[in-house]
Design a protein around this ligand. Structure first.
Ligand SMILES: [Zn+2]
Length: 122
């Protein structure tokens, strides 16, 4: 399996920070690479929950910055960043636990996620 995507690029893809051709490259890779698709889905799930979790606390400057390209990775709130990191870690550990202890369920979910990811790009 050819892994040209690094995690930063996948993250940028989710944040809609890529140029059109970069985006197409990532989408093409995600269409056949389950591992990267699963990573993107975990990141997306974490990011969605994180935004809900952080929306009450986020200062206006952060909310404004979120709308700008490349701003997402430069949020300065330490609590925000640490909560996000902890959340990602929890998601990754949870994913690994699921894979280890319930491989059938995991692959079923992963299949659903891959299908959803493919639909998103169309
Ligand atoms: Zn991959």
């Amino acid at each position: 399996m050819d892994h040209k995507m690094d995690k930063e690029q996948l993250s940028a893809f989710l944040d809609d920070e890529l140029l059109a051709d970069e985006r197409a490259t990532v989408q093409g890779h995600l269409s056949f690479c389950e591992e990267c698709s699963a990573y993107v889905e975990r990141l997306k799930a974490a990011s969605t929950d994180f935004k809900q979790f952080g929306s009450e606390k986020a200062p206006a400057s952060v909310q404004n910055a979120a709308g700008k390209k490349k701003a997402a990775s430069r949020w300065s709130g330490m609590d925000y960043a640490m909560a996000f990191t902890a959340f990602i870690a929890a998601m990754l550990v949870g994913g690994m636990m699921a894979k280890k202890f319930a491989p059938a369920v995991f692959s079923q979910i992963q299949g659903m996620i891959s299908g959803a990811a493919n639909n998103l790009g169309q």
